[in-house]
Ligand binder design. Sequence first.
Ligand SMILES: Cc1cc2nc3c(=O)[nH]c(=O)nc-3n(C[C@H](O)[C@H](O)[C@H](O)COP(=O)(O)O)c2cc1C
Length: 300
Amino acid sequence: MSALDLRLAPMAGVTNAPFRLVARECGAGRLTSEEIDARALVHDNARTLALAAYLPEERPLAMQLLGEDPDLLAEAARRLEAAGADGIDLNMGCPVAKIVAKGQGAALMRDPLRAGVIFRTLRKAVAGPLTIKIRGGWDDRSVNAPEIARLAESEGVDGITVHPRTRSQQYTGRAPWDVIAEVVAAVRVPVTGNGDVESHADAAAMIAATGCAAVMIGRGALGRPWVFRGVEVARDERAAVIRRHAALIEAHLAERPALVQLKKHLAWYSDGLPFAARARPAIFAARTPTEVYEVFWRLW
Ligand SMILES: Cc1cc2nc3c(=O)[nH]c(=O)nc-3n(C[C@H](O)[C@H](O)[C@H](O)COP(=O)(O)O)c2cc1C
């Protein structure tokens, strides 16, 4: 295990229980669920309830909420804590058009009044750690991550993750790490830096450049959860991690989502292998797990 506090970034449709546990087994620290819609959770939507499922070995596990209504967020947070969440994280970064149109995700970055009410309401509802995950701001004329971080701290938020791109930047360009340093300077609560980290060396560089306490890795962990180990991982060890991940998917997800997840993750695991580009269509065309495995292990 590495001395750095490296965490798996929440990714919708990707960081479900099997992938989170694999990341943990590779050395990832505190885990976070993918975004869970507070309204759908409170209305007992079956697909949303499935997103909140976790494996006991994953703990400590924070659950991330998406929403704009303080009372609904508070009710959802109470339910998640009752179900075993070790912390609640508020999503203030999702850039997706239909999400921000509802005032959720990154839209909260340009609505500090509402954000303040949400922090206060959630703080009263949440017994365990309350954290937020923010962007740099809405666009390059409104980079307000330090202000939002200060506001959150004053309302009792326990930790802040910063992905410093603005909403307008989406995932383009380089993540401006200096904004992480500005947030670190603005608050006393621990700050987790995030954005463009693909290796231990990158994580160490981010910590050196910004003073952040922990680092979250998102896309850099896709198809390579061993990034959390921080050492060269031999080919047969990689194969063992992939087998373990596939077994967890089959054991813990329903048939259809299991097939979708197998295809997605095995396609990522095949990135960089010779002939992977040609095999991808075959992976996605497969109709059963056995077919997916045949294509994948032949490549491997
Ligand atoms: C497919 C995908 C889904 C994501 N879903 C979420 C999410 O549910 N909640 C969240 O806070 N961030 C989400 N993110 C953002 C990541 O957590 C992270 O902030 C971003 O990818 C930058 O980090 P990276 O450069 O290490 O990938 C998502 C990113 C991707 C690529």
